[in-house]
Design a protein around this ligand. Structure first.
Ligand code: HEM
Length: 484
């Protein structure tokens, strides 16, 4: 599928990006692993929705991986330099060794605190404070801004808040605006040819300026942090954002050949925005959309929030493990709307996969794959596979109420050593947000004139498949809960 094919929706004669969503009912009716062979040109592609096949491809439990990420699938993540998402083998280990320690409890504590603060700023900033009821035609406007601020503060260490974007030194564009522009326009920045970029359209100039300013700002931040760290005795450095922790880990390694360059450091901070912004914002919106039309599940989450936190005190990070019903509501939304809907790999040598026989039949079949075959883990099909989930099309958060932390049945963040490094960042943010939000507000669908809840579901709970997957625009009404 080329860029033109990708931009056209799936039809009988055309496979678009939304192909695995549109055909999800029929594609895997007989087999969980299938291959597609293009009519005219192109190479065959293997699709799988089976967890055992996924484990072989993701190389769970193996130290050396035969399957690598297809370079085309990670090109956007490398916008500001190589990083933990885009690299493989020893290079990936080097990045992960520096980036890994940043993702610990002090970061999650910061994410928790910042999520509470951002929620309060949002309610005040949007003018919802004194209101009994609020209509929000596009919930994603709020979740995107929320996720951007939390990432800006906790990953980049910027001083963002809801009302006042930080001004960029030496430039007239705020850092928040530059971040948002780069993340919205990364396809243009990477793929547009030089001649197109040089055309004098204001929007092109704005995008390129945002890209350059963000880079310049991040370079200054590396320098600033390095000076700060060198000026502090070990253990006394106070910044807990991921960027600072990364520079600190890089500085503390005596073996300079293992260290990351400034460009790699910037690449690794940027990739958190790239991998963590849309994914988290979409999943939060989908969670509230699904809870809006599943009121018994919403009541169950609220009841646990009240049992654990009560009506008055602020939730604390220590409550995280007792708020598993909010987490389950988020996981179940991610199961139905997997933001990362396709994991793309290719074997770096000829390989034979063991494909389990269809459901109800024992044994496996060998499937030889030539080196370089595109091998796609279809997260839509896998997370709706009836082998693993009863009534897979139903939103049922209780599936996850008793799930152990290390269960591989939950694949929304992938599994194995290349699984999402930001998983706990995202779930901490989600639980803090949902706890504050659902304690204050009941969420319901905002219906158009003459619309029923069922037609709202058809309209809203359909997928919008782009670079990430989300449900459609979510219109909702919040009604303030009566406190006892
Ligand atoms: C709901 C939110 C999120 C979802 C659904 C999600 C999903 C995923 C998935 C499926 C992968 C594996 C991709 C692959 O193997 O091709 C991944 C990797 C990654 N994610 Fe996330 N992610 C989320 C949030 C975040 C956040 C908040 C961050 C950072 C703060 C983040 C940073 C990363 C990074 C750096 C990788 C690459 C890890 C590696 O290859 O070692 N993600 N994510």
């Amino acid at each position: 599928m080329g860029p033109i094919g990708a931009s056209i929706k799936t039809r009988w004669w055309q496979v678009g990006l939304d192909f695995t969503w549109e055909r999800r009912q029929e594609l895997y009716r007989n087999h969980e692993t299938i291959s597609s062979i293009p009519w005219l040109f192109g190479a065959p592609v293997l699709y799988t929705t089976n967890i055992d096949v996924m484990r072989q491809i993701i190389s769970v439990g193996q130290t050396r991986s035969t399957f690598i990420k297809s370079p085309e699938s990670v090109v956007g993540g490398g916008l500001y330099g190589e990083n933990v998402l885009t690299t493989e083998g020893n290079e990936w280990r080097k990045h992960r060794r520096i980036v890994g320690p940043a993702f610990g409890n002090s970061l999650y504590q910061l994410v928790w605190d910042q999520s509470l603060q951002t929620y309060r700023d949002m309610v005040a900033g949007e003018g919802w404070s004194g209101k009994k009821s609020v209509e929000v035609p596009t919930l994603q406007d709020a979740t995107f801004k929320f996720a951007l601020i939390v990432l800006g503060v906790c990953a980049f260490g910027f001083d963002f808040n809801w009302a006042s974007p930080l001004a960029s030194p030496g430039g007239d564009m705020s850092v928040q605006e530059a971040m948002r522009t780069v993340i919205d326009k990364w396809i243009f920045i990477i793929f547009a040819p030089g001649w197109l970029k040089s055309l004098p359209f204001p929007s092109f100039k704005h995008t390129l300026k945002a890209y350059a300013q963000l880079e310049c700002f991040m370079q200054e931040q590396v320098k600033l942090r390095r000076e700060e760290i060198r000026g502090h005795a070990a253990g006394e450095y106070k910044r807990k954002d991921a960027f600072s922790m990364l520079v600190q880990a890089n500085e503390s390694d005596e073996n300079a050949k293992n260290n990351l360059s400034d460009r790699d450091l910037i690449g690794n901070v940027f990739v958190m925005l790239f991998a963590g912004h849309e994914t988290t914002a979409h999943t939060l919106a989908a969670t509230l959309a699904l809870l809006a039309v599943t009121l018994d599940a919403q009541d169950e989450v609220l009841q646990q929030i009240i049992d654990v936190v009560g009506w008055d005190r602020d939730p604390e990070f220590g409550d995280y493990h007792n708020l598993n019903k909010a987490l389950a509501a988020f996981y179940e939304a991610l199961r139905l709307f997997p933001a990362a809907y396709m994991l793309v790999r290719e074997p770096n040598k000829d390989f034979v996969l063991d494909i389990p026989n269809p459901r109800g039949q024992e044994g496996t079949q060998p499937c030889p794959l030539p080196k370089g075959t595109w091998t796609l883990i279809d997260m839509i099909g896998l997370q709706r596979n009836p082998r693993y989930f009863e009534d897979p099309e139903e939103y049922r958060p209780s599936r996850w109420h008793t799930m152990p932390n290390d269960s591989e049945l939950f694949t929304g963040f992938s599994i194995g050593s290349r699984a999402c490094i930001g998983r706990k960042f995202a779930t901490t943010e989600a639980i803090a947000f949902l706890t504050m939000f659902l304690r204050d507000w009941k969420v319901e669908p905002l219906l158009q004139a003459g619309e029923t809840v069922d037609s709202w579901k058809k309209r809203v709970l359909d997928a919008n498949v782009q670079f990430t997957l989300s449900c459609n625009t979510v219109p909702v009404r919040f009604t303030r809960r009566e406190r006892p």
